[in-house]
Design a protein around this ligand. Structure first.
Ligand code: GLN
Length: 464
């Protein structure tokens, strides 16, 4: 599979046509999607039409992503197309406008080729929570691709597309990217507009690219990260530039890594050796509060979700049962369209926000979130970058953890802290385990310092 950079370059130079590129992507999807289930819908006719339009443009008028097929997670709005969040609740919902990120991509002549499968309402780490069937990991079809952007990660890893958008609330871009052996980022909170992203937990959600390598990732992020008055949490854009990273100090949080799986630890140590060989300083640091991120996250994300998802009652949005006789029955029947994990989050979130408990849960978790933020602030004064794994394990078997919710919640141990603190974090594949499954390693950086993460990633990618 060619990178987005290669595809756009060839199309801008007239060496290949957008039509040929789109056709190749469609053929790949037809061949592989029945096995992998990464796409919920492919916009075939429209994609071909757009490709022909791009091919008709003079070379110098073609955008930076000319003819690049891009898949979008099913919680991102693309006007006139369904956006279902892989839920029965929104099975027939059609987007009335474009998400700001979609506008940006279209402006650069990218081709939105379809919408990808996900855990329902972005809640999950394995993609088994989709109402439209689990996604399979392209490296081993008996295993999960990770979640919740598992469809997007699997679509890139299997070569159906070279770019897909996901959303990351607690790791949903980075964890599936690591399980599928591709590159994923969680940008600094506030650098990508959330306008047109169906909200899960608004103080944590960010849309982000999943790509074949870190340079493509940086390119796509620089395009989707742009000023947007429609999102009040937007702060400033990511501006792609080559940074001098020679003198960076990298920290490894030894306390947070305690008990880590031996194969993943060994991949991490190998990355450390490469960096030392390249002249970087690597030192041990501690992050004593990072381990509280997961429990804290499940209180805050659940609370925000319970509020955000209140609008799906069949009266304002979503599934409407026509047989209900009164208001109570209307709510009972309509809200039954949610799957079990979404119901669990709404119930725990409502409990944590309730007047009898908010003091002990929601407000307490807010305080812990601040302590976690301070923990990273302190560490990032000592070092420039923090190196850690992306996930405590590689891709697990479908069905292996679905009945062990706590185990599944711990799958985001290393990704959730970035969302809690609002920091950027980037995952790249680095090595394989004994089952030949990809291992992901992750760089955390300071606010708006994504360029440093991409710079380091490029060094490690060359070393593989
Ligand atoms: N796995 C986490 C959850 O289940 C993260 C989800 C996400 O980032 N959207 O909530």
């Amino acid at each position: 599979m060619k990178t987005a950079r290669q595809i756009a370059k060839e199309i801008k130079e007239g060496k290949t046509s957008a039509l040929a590129v789109v056709q190749e992507s469609l053929n790949k999807i037809k061949e592989l999607n029945p096995k992998i289930n990464a796409f919920l819908e492919v916009f075939e006719e429209e994609a071909l039409k757009k490709a022909a339009e791009i091919d008709a443009k003079p070379l110098d008028k073609r955008g930076r992503l000319a003819g690049v097929p891009i898949a979008i997670k099913d919680n991102i709005l693309y006007k006139g197309h369904k956006a279902t969040c892989a839920s029965k609740m929104l099975e027939n919902f059609v987007a009335p406008y474009n998400a700001s990120v979609v506008e940006r991509l279209l402006k650069e002549d990218a081709i939105i080729i379809g919408r990808t499968n996900m855990d329902e309402f972005a809640m999950g780490s394995s993609n088994e929570n989709s109402a439209f069937g689990a996604v399979k990991n392209p490296h081993d079809l008996t295993r999960v691709p990770g979640g919740s952007s598992g469809g997007s990660a699997a679509a890139v890893a299997s070569g159906m597309v070279s770019v897909a958008l996901g959303s990351d609330t607690g790791g949903s871009v980075r964890q599936p990217a690591s399980f599928c052996g591709v590159c994923g980022v969680k940008p600094t909170y506030g650098s990508v507009s959330r306008y047109g992203l169906i909200a899960f937990a608004s103080s944590l959600d960010q849309i982000a690219p999943i790509t074949l390598d870190s340079q493509d990732n940086a390119l796509i992020l620089s395009i989707i990260s742009a000023e947007d008055k429609k999102d009040s949490s937007y702060t400033k854009p990511f501006v792609l530039k080559e940074e001098d990273i020679k003198n960076l100090t990298i920290g490894m949080p030894t306390d947070f890594l305690a008990g880590l799986n031996a194969e993943i630890l060994s991949a991490l140590n190998k990355a450390k050796e490469v960096l030392i060989k390249q002249g970087f300083k690597v030192k041990d640091i501690t992050l004593p509060y990072a381990k509280y991120s997961s429990p804290c996250y499940y209180i805050l994300a659940g609370s925000e979700a319970s509020s955000n998802l209140a609008r799906f009652d069949g009266l304002r949005y979503g599934y409407a049962d026509k047989t209900a006789k009164d208001l109570e029955e209307t709510y009972l029947k309509n809200r039954a369209a949610f799957g079990p994990e979404v119901k669990r989050r709404i119930m725990t979130g409502t409990y944590c926000l309730g007047s009898a408990h908010a003091q002990d849960y929601y407000l307490q978790a807010q305080k812990v979130r601040e302590i976690i933020k301070q923990d990273f602030k302190r560490a990032l004064k000592e070092v420039d970058i923090i190196l850690m794994p992306t996930s405590p394990s590689t891709a697990f078997k479908i069905g292996e953890k679905i009945n062990n919710i706590l185990d599944l919640y711990l799958a985001d141990l290393y990704t959730v802290p970035a969302n809690m603190a609002g920091l950027p974090a980037l995952t790249i594949p680095f090595g394989k385990d004994k089952n030949n499954l990809p291992i992901g390693i992750q760089f955390y950086g300071n606010y708006f310092e994504e360029n440093k993460l991409y710079g380091l990633a490029k060094i490690l990618e060359q070393e593989k």
